[in-house]
Write a protein that binds this ligand. Structure first.
Ligand code: GN1
Ligand code: MG
Length: 370
């Protein structure tokens, strides 16, 4: 955390000085630091971008500008009202840069705060339906993004082969001496490794395309308004090329979990099939028209994959001695690992039902368009 004079000085790189400026911590992301800024009547979000993780902040900011400009243009073409609450707006510095680099080398950015909005960590099937519509529309709107593919802000971000290499490297090095403690989990990970690297093989064979994906479709990255209508999708740091099954899967990992991501009571954790169905309905309503059959057939698999991937990522960080995710205490990454693994097992038990839901909903959508 930074002291408030310093934070004010950073804010004034972007907006005019105002002695009624207040900066307060905001949100609970695992990577960046976020603050809410009030300056006179205006409200903003200030963020310190974690550049240990996002190595190229200028390219990252450029991605966000491209994405938000394109979405804004689409919304304008559709005569949508209240556009400033439906797409993020970056505020440039006085020097017209999309970020400010301070003397410590930290990168900062400022955005408009979206008023009267809320996000959920736990939702119901109706809200899941709306969230599915929103992420389906998000992918749809970005399908014709001009200017070529986006910059990969974290190379190989959702590449399971790469995540397993990192994991095996962590196991080999055993830097924090924690390997014995997680021995069983390591075996569980390895037992599923071949199944979970299927998308990379399919991609190499030309059977699975990459599209512009959000790559962090956590349930709390959707803002709703006071009537629970979706306003917009936020946290655009990882918008980049990827498989649609990733975005579908990451939502299910977070939104369709009856427990918390780091729940210590594993009995709370399981897949909620009603939420799974609600999201699938919304998503396919907006996305079925541009997805291939093999993309649709692998959506349910995506839920398992992203839950497995998150298990591997949390466990890797635990084995490495907690160098990536912000943690609240020494066992946090282990608790997260166990809770994600529990969710994975629940998805494995319910996988036939998940597949059935996707294929039923896809068939309904097909009938509608025929
Ligand atoms: C991180 O910062 P946040 O909480 O949106 C992570 C995601 C993980 C998530 C796990 C850049 O997201 O990939 O799924 O934690 N983001 C990055 O909760 O690694
Ligand atoms: Mg994020």
């Amino acid at each position: 955390m930074q002291n408030s004079d310093k934070l004010n000085e950073i804010v004034f790189q972007f907006i005019d000085k105002n002695n009624q400026t207040e900066v307060k911590p905001l949100g609970a992301g695992h990577i960046n630091d976020s603050y809410k800024v009030k300056s006179g009547d205006n409200e903003y979000v200030l963020q310190r971008v974690n550049h240990d993780i996002f190595k190229n902040v200028p390219e990252l900011q450029n991605n966000i500008l491209r994405v938000t400009t394109h979405i804004r243009k689409k919304l304008e073409e559709q005569n949508v009202s209240d556009i400033d609450r439906k797409v993020l707006t970056l505020i440039p510095t006085h020097n017209n840069e999309l970020y400010y680099k301070d003397e410590d080398g930290s990168y900062w950015r400022l955005m408009h705060f979206i008023r009267d909005s809320k996000s959920y960590d736990t939702i119901n099937p109706e809200l899941a339906h709306r969230a599915g519509l929103a992420f389906g529309e998000f992918q749809y709107m970005l399908a014709d993004l001009p200017g070529g593919p986006l910059f990969e802000t974290i190379p190989n971000f959702h590449n399971m082969e790469f995540r397993l290499e990192e994991f095996r490297e962590a196991v080999r090095a055993n830097k924090a001496g924690r390997l014995l403690e997680v021995d069983k989990l390591v075996k569980e990970i390895e037992a599923r490794a071949n199944e979970m690297t299927k998308p990379e093989r399919m991609h190499r064979e030309g059977l699975l395309p990459k599209r512009t994906n959000h790559c962090d479709t956590k349930v709390n990255n959707i803002l709703f308004d006071e009537n629970d209508e979706v306003l917009c999708v936020v946290d655009l740091d990882t918008v980049m090329p990827g498989y649609v099954l990733s975005d579908f899967g990451d939502f299910m990992r977070t939104g369709a979990n009856t427990g918390e991501e780091d729940d210590t009571n594993l009995e709370n954790v399981s897949i909620d099939l009603d939420i799974f169905e609600g999201y699938t309905r919304g998503y396919l309503e907006n996305a079925a028209s541009f997805l291939t059959d093999s993309e649709i057939e692998n959506l349910a698999f995506g839920a398992k994959l992203l839950t497995y991937m998150q298990t591997v990522r949390f466990l890797t960080d635990y084995i490495n001695g907690d160098t990536y995710y912000k943690i609240k205490h020494g066992k946090h990454n282990l608790e997260r690992t166990l809770a994600q693994f529990e969710l994975l097992k629940s998805m494995e038990e319910n996988f036939d039902k998940m597949q059935q839901i996707v294929s039923d909903v896809a068939a309904e959508n097909k009938n509608k368009t025929e």
